[in-house]
Ligand binder design. Structure first.
Ligand code: SME
Length: 161
């Protein structure tokens, strides 16, 4: 088990993502249980990036169902095409929302969330099997660098299913 000590808070965003990737690989290495791995990934993302809410929604039939997460309680079910998560699922695309109040149909699980990024989990058959949702209490938190960093992490996450 890795121990996370002396995490340098002075790192650039790029360096933070590099460190995060290494920690995610380490914490999932040798563990085959999906829920255990997704749970630890949420903990690392929340702790190291200091985001408001981090969590997975997993596809079950025509809905996304809340999976492992870190942060306040959240909506448990989201229909395909609804909200940012359901739209990411339907379009199989990462969606960056700089102001959630400007996103039509945004589902507010918490009024504190101001911006968010949602990445689809696409398996080897090209099927979307879930999403990773990250929320911030500040506007304009996520940019292209976050998208690139999280998409690299997503390539690892999909290998865990
Ligand atoms: N805001 C999301 C719903 C999930 S919560 O933010 C945790 C959406 O619009 O899909």
């Amino acid at each position: 088990m890795i121990e996370l000590k002396n995490i340098n808070k002075e790192l650039s965003k790029h360096e933070l993502y590099e460190q995060l990737f290494v920690h995610i690989q380490a914490v999932t290495h040798g563990e085959s249980n999906l829920i255990a791995n997704l749970s630890n990934i949420c903990a690392l993302l929340k702790e190291e990036m200091n985001w408001f809410w981090v969590g997975f929604y997993l596809v079950e039939g025509e809905e996304l169902v809340l999976g492992p997460f870190q942060g306040p309680i959240a909506c448990t079910r989201i229909k395909k095409g609804k909200g940012v998560c359901g739209t990411s699922w339907e379009q199989k695309k990462t969606i960056v929302v700089s102001d959630v109040n400007q996103f039509e149909g945004h589902i507010a699980c918490s009024s504190i969330s101001q911006s968010e990024i949602v990445l689809p989990i696409i398996n080897v058959e090209g099927k979307c099997i879930g999403v990773l949702d990250v929320d911030s209490e500040y506007l304009n938190t996520f940019d292209e660098e976050d998208q690139i960093g999280l998409e690299k992490i997503m390539n690892h996450i999909v290998s865990l299913f």
